[in-house]
Write a protein that binds this ligand. Structure first.
Ligand code: ZN
Ligand code: ZN
Length: 378
């Protein structure tokens, strides 16, 4: 039995004096987050079971009063068993609570039609694709409508009859009475799965489901500026519904492959370029990588190790405004690791000829690491 000892109010995140509407709102909001087709949390299923149990108690005024006075033990003494324990899969549980359709709020239809589940696919794109946006075809394995029965599940020329297990109610009830009062437990009829009607003759191709396994190709437009981990929702791109019900949605998770040349920080890009110490001293024109190609950058004489040059508008576009961020180029000054005798002599002569003042920092805080750190922290 899936009994939890966690406080029901705490699970729902509501105050002990929360009214019915608040409890319902809290439940629906949390249930959406924990839907197994949507949530990536590994414990989503367990948490949804807890949540469903908490809601089952707190949404019923008698059970809630018992729980308020006597806690979990009181409920157990009163013969309460959470409906949750009767369900094998969380999808069935969802169906019981939401008529199979948490996201659109529609309920299960009398002909047994119900919305299909959602699916998720993961695609990798390059940073360049994230810059420009890209059109993608993403195949997903889903249930597709059965062509033979047109998705209805009934063999051609046949129809529906009232379910004999539940006499068309779609639910089975069990009433129990004890010192705390009368408890009604209700669960979905397993024969008709809550529809109240069953097929007189199920379609031979799909066995009455109205759908068959297949592949759907999602055509998606990735907008410029997407970030790693963002999701695109394709309405109706998920599993076909049972017996002609609406299709679920597909969620495409975008993974942006890291580009070895750049580090992304929001809309800005960072890169580093090594320049010889002689270029740093004399100044030069550099070719630096950008996402669109290369760009010429003027390096002034006297460039210091770690100096940053900012190239405006060469970062990533903002997903919202389209305006591009900046490219930060850090200049790493390289010192030769080996010198010939002749070069060593040249450097010695150079060293002797340079006035120590020429090495001064250009402000009192210095150009070194500490100076940059101080400026950054200001
Ligand atoms: Zn069929
Ligand atoms: Zn039934």
């Amino acid at each position: 039995m899936a009994t939890t000892e966690r406080d029901y109010y705490e699970i729902l995140g509501v105050a002990r004096d929360a009214d019915e509407a608040e409890i319902k709102r809290a439940f629906r909001r949390l249930a959406r987050e924990l839907h197994p087709d949507v949530s990536e949390a590994p414990d989503a299923e367990q948490r949804f079971r807890e949540l469903a149990e908490a809601y089952e108690v707190l949404s019923d005024s008698e059970r809630r009063a018992t729980y308020d006075r006597f806690g979990h033990a009181g409920l157990r003494r009163g013969g309460f068993e959470p409906t949750v324990a009767d369900f094998g899969s969380v999808s069935d549980l969802f169906a019981a609570f939401f008529g199979d359709d948490l996201f659109t709020g529609r309920t299960r239809r009398a002909d047994g039609a119900s919305r299909g589940g959602d699916v998720q696919a993961v695609v990798e794109i390059d940073l360049e694709d994230a810059l420009t946006g890209v059109a993608l075809s993403v195949p997903v394995e889903v249930a597709l409508p059965c062509e033979r029965c047109d998705g209805r599940g009934a063999a051609p020329g046949t129809g529906l009859r009232t379910c004999t297990s539940c006499n068309g109610a779609g639910v089975l009830r069990r009433v129990s009475r004890n010192v705390f009062g009368q408890f009604v437990q209700q669960r979905t009829c397993p024969e008709c799965r809550g529809a109240g009607q069953v097929l007189t003759s199920p379609c031979e191709s799909c066995g009455g489901e109205g759908r068959l396994a297949g592949t759907r190709t999602l055509e998606i437009e990735v907008p410029p500026g997407v970030e790693d981990g963002q999701r695109i929702r394709v309405r109706g791109g998920g599993h076909a519904g049972v017996r002609g019900g609406a299709s679920g949605d597909a969620f495409v998770v975008l993974r942006v492959r890291p580009d070895p040349r750049f580090v992304r920080d929001g809309d800005d890009l960072h890169t580093a370029v090594r320049i010889p110490m002689t270029d740093a001293a004399l100044g030069t024109t550099l070719r630096v990588p950008t996402l669109g190609g290369e760009l010429e950058l003027e390096i002034p004489p006297g460039t210091q190790p770690g100096d940053l040059r900012v190239v405006r508008g060469q970062g990533m576009p903002s997903l919202h405004t389209g305006r591009r961020g900046d490219l930060y180029v850090r200049l790493d000054v390289a010192i030769p690791r080996t010198l010939t005798d002749e070069q060593r002599e040249l450097v010695r002569r150079l060293a002797a000829s340079i006035d120590p003042d020429a090495y001064r920092a250009d402000d009192e805080e210095g150009d070194g690491f500490l100076g940059r750190l101080r400026r950054a922290l200001r």
